[in-house]
Each structure stands twice: as structure tokens, then as C-alpha cells.
Design a protein around this ligand. Structure first.
Ligand SMILES: NC(=O)c1ccc[n+]([C@@H]2O[C@H](COP(=O)([O-])OP(=O)(O)OC[C@H]3O[C@@H](n4cnc5c(N)ncnc54)[C@H](OP(=O)(O)O)[C@@H]3O)[C@@H](O)[C@H]2O)c1
Length: 313
């Protein structure tokens, strides 16, 4: 079995070791410009169009992440980039859900315990106890209830917060008040104190974190964006912070990454910035999952995480 690997700037030795362990019979090669030799599978993260174009012999393309927006963008820029009839399969949790739970719970507790205010007070040398937030006021809304969003919603429950969730089709999650579709979007938003975004980036979800969305939340509210930078209208967030409508934001993803040094977010003390690390792709978990899916495909079985190209995720 021939496998093409493409992973810009990653820890290649760890990927090779994971492949040697979980796919011991595979011949692995790192794709380079001009390589159009046959391969059975491609394991890729943000590949160039040239890697995928005309690769009809592939049995599947495995995306080494949960979001497939960058691969689908290639197809919309150059139609025909994705070889017809070849399934595109994304990572399904593969160790990312627990990282998302950690990141989001940490950010929620940071805001709930007023650590943001105390950090600013410390920087100014101020000793001033502040009134505690009321737990019952901290309604948390999770946008996207897929692999990661549903796990995060469940991970928040033990802290005693009221948790809501919103998805395209109605989900039924224990202890989570679920809403679905555009019709129920406003009802979902109304009164949320913390908005957590775990949607995929599609034509329908682009720019969804905007002034209109912020206006429906509790006043003031907090934003946690761990999905994609393209979901957020950055100027609207800065305006909402300026107006006191958003009291704090934890952002892991940005429209331009790395976030440019001149970007106003760096200067805004109410925004916490991390460099797209809320859920890293773990080589061992990912390759173990891909090896199991390759075996399932060989048996003619359907595999979870197969992307619906029309839906865009
Ligand atoms: N920052 C990071 O490090 C990092 C790491 C991994 C992933 N991510 C991001 O997290 C995203 C989510 O990953 P996942 O594995 O949880 O995806 P997933 O399993 O595909 O779940 C997507 C969820 O979003 C919902 N959804 C999609 N379009 C919608 C719409 N128009 N309106 C309402 N709900 C909609 C889906 O609804 P249905 O349930 O009805 O299908 C589903 O509940 C990824 O796409 C990626 O962008 C970020």
C-alpha cells in the first residue's frame, strides 16, 4: 500500500513512527512538487492543489484535521482539484475533543471567576475584591454539536452551568437544551452569557459571529472562538468590546494566521489570544484512527467522518 503524506512544518519523525506502528506494511512517501506517481491513500493537511489534481487512483483522502474548509476551498478555486469519486475523510475526534474540553472549560472558568478582571487589577497594582458572577447567570451556548461541540457541551455540565447547544439538525444531548436551524438561532442566543463557537467553516457559517449575533446575548457577554477565524467579523467584536457589550473574548483562530503583529487584537486587553492550539492533531491517535478506517474501507464498510461535499463538512 502506497501512502502520500503532506504536512507542512510538522513533526515528521513522530508521524513516520506512528505510521510504522499502525500501518507497518505501508510504503510512506512525503509528497513533493512534481510527484504524480500512483498512491493508494493521501494523508494531508492543507495540501496544494497540485497534490490532489488528477489523482484518480486514490482510494481515499484523509484530512489530518477535523475542518475540511481549506481542502474544499481548493475545489471552489480550481474546480476538479478533488478527484471524482474519491472519498474525503476527516479526523473524528482523534484526541481533539478532550483538548477542546480543557480549553473551553479553562476559558469559561477564567471569565466566570473574574480572572480577567483580577489580571488587569494586578497589572495596575490594585487590591479590590469584586462581586462574584452568579452561576445561574452563566448560560453557555455552544454553536455546533458535532464531535467536538457535543463533547464540550457535556464537559461543561459538571461545573453546574446551564448549557445550550445549536446545530443544523436537532440533537438530543443529556442536560443540554438543544436548538436547531436558522429558525431557532435567535432563541438559542437570547440570554447566553458565554458563546462558544465549534461550527465548521462553510458558506452558511462564515461571518456568523457578528454584531447582530452579539446583540442577542446577555449584556455583557463573553465569546470563545475555537473553530475558524472566518466565522468572526473582527471589526464587530472590537466595536462590541468598545461598547461594553462583550466583556471578554478567548480567540484561538483568526482570519489571518499567524495574527499579524499590527493587528488591533494584540492591543486589546479583553482579548486572550492563542495561536490555533485549542485542539492539536495528535499523530499517534490520528494514524491509529486512519489505519482502522483503511481496514474498514478494505472490507467495504462505510466509515465515520466521510465529508459530505455538498454540505461542506
Ligand atoms: N482551533 C482548533 O485547533 C480546531 C481543531 C479542530 C477543529 N476545529 C474546528 O472545529 C470544527 C468542528 O469540528 P467537529 O469535528 O465537531 O465537526 P462536526 O462533527 O462536523 O460538527 C459540526 C457541527 O456543526 C453543525 N453545523 C454545521 N453547519 C451548521 C449550520 N449552518 N447551522 C447550524 N449548525 C451547523 C453540525 O450540525 P449537524 O449536527 O446537524 O450536522 C454539527 O453539529 C471544525 O470544522 C474545525 O473548523 C478547530
Amino acid at each position: 500500500m502506497d501512502i502520500l503524506l503532506y504536512l507542512p512544518g510538522d513533526d515528521l519523525a513522530r508521524w513516520y513512527a506512528a505510521c510504522a506502528h499502525y500501518l507497518p506494511h505501508a510504503r510512506l512517501r512525503l509528497w513533493q512538487e512534481g510527484d504524480d506517481d500512483a498512491a493508494d491513500y493521501a494523508l494531508v493537511w492543507r495540501p496544494p492543489a497540485a497534490l490532489l489534481r488528477a489523482r484518480r487512483g486514490l482510494r481515499a483522502i484523509f484530512n489530518l484535521g477535523a475542518g475540511v474548509d481549506s481542502i474544499l476551498a481548493l475545489e471552489s478555486q480550481h474546480a476538479g482539484t478533488l478527484p471524482e469519486g474519491v472519498p474525503l475523510i476527516r479526523l473524528d475526534d482523534a484526541g481533539m475533543a478532550q483538548q477542546m474540553i480543557d480549553y473551553v472549560c479553562h476559558a469559561v472558568l477564567h471569565f466566570f471567576r473574574r480572572s480577567d478582571d483580577y489580571q488587569r487589577q494586578q497589572a495596575a497594582g490594585v487590591w479590590q475584591p469584586l462581586p462574584a458572577h452568579r452561576r445561574e447567570d452563566f448560560v453557555i451556548g455552544v454553536m455546533g454539536l458535532g464531535r467536538l461541540g457535543a463533547s464540550v457541551a457535556a464537559g461543561l455540565r459538571p461545573f453546574g452551568f446551564a448549557v445550550r447547544g445549536w446545530s443544523r439538525s436537532l440533537r438530543n444531548l443529556e442536560g443540554v437544551q438543544c436548538y436547531a436551524g436558522q429558525d431557532q438561532f435567535d432563541a438559542f442566543l437570547q440570554g447566553c452569557k458565554v458563546l462558544v463557537n465549534l461550527l465548521p467553516h462553510t458558506a452558511q457559517t462564515q461571518d456568523i459571529l457578528n454584531q447582530r449575533t452579539f446583540a442577542q446575548l446577555a449584556h455583557p457577554a463573553y465569546l470563545i472562538n475555537v473553530a475558524r477565524g472566518a466565522h468572526l467579523v473582527e471589526a464587530d467584536l472590537l466595536a462590541a468590546i468598545e461598547q461594553g457589550h462583550i466583556a471578554g473574548a478567548a480567540l484561538d483562530v483568526f482570519r489571518e494566521e499567524p495574527l499579524p503583529a499590527s493587528h488591533p487584537f494584540w492591543q486589546e486587553p479583553r482579548i486572550r489570544i492563542t495561536p490555533h492550539v485549542s485542539a492539536l492533531t495528535l499523530p499517534e491517535d490520528s494514524i491509529a484512527q486512519i489505519a482502522a478506517k483503511i481496514a474498514a474501507l478494505a472490507r467495504g464498510e462505510a466509515v465515520a467522518g466521510t465529508v459530505d461535499l455538498q454540505r461542506g463538512y
